[in-house]
Design a protein around this ligand. Sequence first.
Ligand code: NAP
Length: 308
Amino acid sequence: MAAPIRIGLVGVGKIARDQHLPVLAASPDYALVAVASPHGGLDGVPSYATLEAMLAAHGDLDAVALCQPPQARFAAALAGIAAGRHVFLEKPPGATLAEVGLLVAAARDRGVSLFASWHSRYAPGVEPARRWLSGRRIRSVAIAWLEDVRHWHPGQDWIWDAGGMGVFDPGINALSIATHILPPFFLTGATLSVPANRQAPIAADLHFADAAGTPIRARFDWRQTGPQTWDIRVETDDGPLVLSRGGAALSIAGRDRPLPPEAEYRGLYDRFAALVRSGASDVDLNPLIHAADAFMRGERRTVEAFTD
Ligand code: NAP
């Protein structure tokens, strides 16, 4: 068996603690060597305030996983690539499209692997949905990503800053699934609802179409209290396909399909290990392109100020 990939993690926040660290601890493909985070470390693991300090102290690191907010990702990714490390990017892969393009070129020139992870694509219903839809005639698509920002993002100010993307932070997960299971589509119009005291939208109503004119509508809303919704409904000539719970449940023509348990981050780290060992990269910008298009093409509506 190949030697474990010696990895350092940057940005010890919610997703690092909820998913990355447990998955790395359970995987024979990885050895967690160190972490870097401005205000926090991990008991029992060498911890540094910056990526640069971590790289300086651990010359034998093979890879870094970057889990900080997207506004801080580019500088860290470029430093990791320049130091010859393979780089795993949390979603979204950057705060702009052009910066991710620069990373792709830098990784290619340096001969390291770059992985733009889209965790929702690894939800258990997504591949079966993609296979079933392939070749079928799609009549319309309705996406609803409705959640309570106070519950899921307490105290996270960066999501409201420029580059934090607001409700697109979860909404881009829906876009990552839609771009994987549907034919190519493009934005035809959007309304972004932005709180009077914030830079990023709390809700978005998006209209897309594919080349055949199929209507695709997506509603993202962070003001949802009560039941939370992460659903994609695709109407086809052979009945509806419904991916719900973010891709963890699938029904086709009214019948639930049995699925394996959720293992999104194990899937991501298996994929990253395969990329590192084969010297390949995997960077799909399509979800970020649609989010950027919404900011470029959408109408902006000012709504009630948001306070935690
Ligand atoms: P978070 O809880 O705010 O954690 C981010 C961490 O990044 C913070 O704890 C902070 O560390 C660190 N950080 C901030 N600025 C940094 C910098 N300049 N350099 C290095 N580290 C820095 O956010 P999160 O929810 O984990 O989200 C982080 C990323 O993961 C986002 O892109 C998000 O879209 C993605 N993600 C989140 C979830 C989720 O469920 N939360 C799910 C999937 C993906 P200190 O505490 O040390 O200051």
